[in-house]
Design a protein around this ligand. Structure first.
Ligand SMILES: [Zn+2]
Ligand SMILES: [Zn+2]
Length: 271
């Protein structure tokens, strides 16, 4: 079995919007024979209830460090954060950072990209009503964010398509969509960010395939970029949810390897 099944770096706990405690995640990871487990609590953002307020972030850091002490001889446990693009960068030191665009700022308001379909439709309306223009704004925010970000991982790059499988509003192969997506991707690759293959929306029933779409993954391969499979897990039972699909998709896009996050950095493993 591929070593991609023995790691996930993108995981949430009860300290933000997850259902499981950090320790429950660790115990599940041990049961699955993981070599490494990364925690990536949502960084603080006043407009987003999933972000950890400062006191919760401190408690989160302390708990992950405690788990490193208790379980560190059996599992590499990494303390990370999922940064929201609209926020300044944290002053805390983290082992790794995932960069994600979850929200767009327009006319003095913040609009969530992925909250639910009604919020999405409102955001499209506020951005002028053309869905391709809206997607372009999203990908331009990604591009700008990646260029400025110290993060090592580009999280769910095409998050804007979260509801598009169940309620299609745009064609993900239309150049009006794909060209800005490629530009965002190219910025991430220029910064040597690892492109995350994220199965989180599969676990929650929104999508049948991971982010990002096959056309984007094929471009990652063409450009020599690196990918990693993460579950964006909010429930310990879903720690490797969708990994079979992610692996098959990567193979079909020409990949023979991916990376996993270890204590010493990214490690390339065969698919
Ligand atoms: Zn996210
Ligand atoms: Zn996440």
């Amino acid at each position: 079995m591929s070593d991609i099944y023995r790691s996930s770096a993108h995981n949430h706990t009860v300290f933000c919007d997850g259902k499981s405690t950090a320790e429950e995640m660790v115990l599940k990871a041990l049961e699955l024979g993981f070599v490494s487990l990364g925690f990536s609590g949502h960084g603080y953002s006043p407009y987003d209830p999933t972000g950890m307020p400062r006191k919760d972030e401190i408690a989160y850091r302390e708990e992950v460090k405690r788990l490193q002490q208790v379980y560190g001889d059996r599992l590499e446990i990494l303390l990370g954060v999922e940064h929201d693009s609209l926020m300044p960068y944290d002053t805390f030191a983290y082992d790794f950072m995932i960069e994600s665009v979850h929200n767009l700022y327009k006319n003095r308001y913040v609009y969530s990209v992925d909250w639910d379909q009604p919020h999405l439709e409102e955001a499209i309306h506020v951005h002028g009503g053309d869905v391709y223009d809206y997607c372009k704004v999203y990908f331009e925010a990604c591009a700008e964010t990646y260029l400025a970000s110290p993060a090592q991982i580009a999280g769910h790059l095409d998050l804007v398509c979260k509801f598009n499988e169940k309620t299609p509003l745009f064609d993900e192969l239309d150049p009006r969509y794909l060209d800005p997506a490629f530009q965002a991707l190219d910025c991430a690759l220029e910064k040597n960010m690892v492109i995350e293959v994220n199965t989180g929306a599969m676990a929650r029933g929104y999508k049948s395939i991971p982010y990002p779409a096959p056309a984007i993954l094929k471009r990652v391969k063409e450009k020599g970029g690196q990918v990693m499979v993460n579950s964006d897990c909010h429930d310990a039972n879903n720690l490797i949810f969708g990994y079979d699909t992610a692996r098959e998709l990567l193979l079909s896009c020409g990949f023979t390897s991916a990376v996993i996050l270890r204590k010493h950095g990214f490690e390339e493993v065969g698919l």
